[in-house]
Design a protein around this ligand. Structure first.
Ligand SMILES: [Zn+2]
Length: 375
């Protein structure tokens, strides 16, 4: 599953209606919680999801205004959410912990509506139709590739978003059938190195950089982080900065996904075989250096998206052992030791001179070819 997040621009009336929807669902959530709590405390009985779903149907039949003008399956998903919170609570009780009882949701604690696509929600003529709300303006900055399974509308501060969960798969495009997509073979292969200075470096000597807007956000991220480090623990000012940091983190993750989508689209269109380094996840967790952890996160996002796009297009991504890819000479195989500050690979044996990252990408490609041949 890949997720796509788009900003929504509801008008004044639509905002009112969306807030009303959230309010109805919050009421439903709290009501369901109340029922379980009372049953448990007064009669030591437990109420399950099925019983509450039946209760919901009854309420709708009885024309309860709260649950009349809302989408049914979205209501069921709200009940399921409460059910999950309960299950988690009992799991912790069983494990001998003393967890907090699931909480009633206040206005600021209930901010999302979950839909089964396309039941009550649908992209239509460039806007997002939402049942009982209308056609909401959406800024869909990239096409969705695959089948939309669920949609979640979110309220965050004063902004609105929709997140689609998409099952990657061949997407019928106008004038370009799946069959044609499969036949788009180029017979070309490429190795990719991912660096700190450039996002992606190819064995063909091509460099993909993070777009300016992403670099700008990363700079802001570092500034806020430093700011937090300076502020006193537990202080109000620090708390504020931490909040700001969290919001910026979300924002950066989204920009990063966009970038990864764009670059991997280009690569998948152009190459049949793509070799990448097998990222050592356990090694990544141990590394506490900030710059490193940020780029690691970027790389795994990029790889995930690249792989799913390649699968869609019937192309291949091979993961190779990352050991010594930057030290080995891609011309003759000699190990040429160099630390991170040395940007050029210069081989004393065969005389090859290359950008260090391009040299690494060439090694990755050679290993990828070997892997492919052996399978
Ligand atoms: Zn050499």
């Amino acid at each position: 599953m890949i997720s796509y997040k788009f900003r929504l621009y509801p008008n004044k009336e639509q905002i009112e209606r969306l807030n009303k929807q959230l309010d109805s669902h919050r009421w439903l959530y709290n009501q369901a919680l109340e029922q379980r709590k009372t049953a448990y405390e007064q009669k030591s009985e437990s109420i399950n999801y099925r019983m509450q779903a039946a209760w919901l149907t009854q309420q709708r039949k009885a024309s309860n205004q709260r649950v009349k003008a809302v989408n049914v399956s979205t209501c069921q998903r709200t009940l399921k959410r409460m059910d999950k919170a309960f299950a988690a609570f009992f799991r912790r009780v069983k494990a001998g912990e003393t967890p907090g009882y699931p909480r009633f949701k206040g206005y600021n604690r209930f901010n999302s509506l979950e839909y089964t696509y396309s039941d009550g929600i649908k992209i239509k003529d460039g806007s997002l139709y939402v049942q009982h709300v209308g056609n909401v303006r959406i800024r869909q900055h990239r096409p969705i590739e695959g089948k939309i399974k669920t949609a979640i509308i979110k309220r965050k501060a004063d902004k609105w978003f929709v997140c689609f969960s998409v099952e990657p798969g061949p997407q019928p495009q106008p004038g370009r059938s799946f069959k044609a997509l499969k036949l788009l073979r180029t017979e070309e292969s490429v190795g990719l190195d991912m660096g700190l200075f450039h996002l992606v470096i190819t064995s063909d000597g091509e460099f993909f950089d993070a777009p300016k807007y992403l670099r700008k956000s990363l700079r802001r991220l570092r500034i806020i982080q430093r700011c937090i480090a300076r502020r006193k623990e537990g202080s109000n000012r620090r708390h504020k900065a931490v909040n700001k940091l969290q919001r910026l983190h979300d924002y950066v993750a989204n920009q990063r996904r966009d970038t990864a989508h764009k670059i991997s689209r280009k690569l998948v269109d152009r190459y049949d075989l793509i070799a990448v380094e097998n990222l050592n996840v356990s090694g990544m967790v141990k590394n506490h250096r900030l710059a490193k952890s940020i780029s690691d996160a970027a790389w795994s996002t990029f790889q995930d998206i690249l792989i799913s796009k390649a699968e869609n297009a019937g192309k291949m991504v091979v993961k190779v052992d990352p050991k010594y890819t930057s030290q080995e000479c891609s011309g003759c195989g000699k190990i040429v030791k160099k630390d991170l500050s040395v940007r050029v690979h210069e081989c004393p044996d065969c005389g090859l001179m290359l950008d260090r990252d391009v040299n690494a990408a060439k090694n990755i490609l050679a290993r990828g070819r070997r892997v492919q041949e052996s399978t």
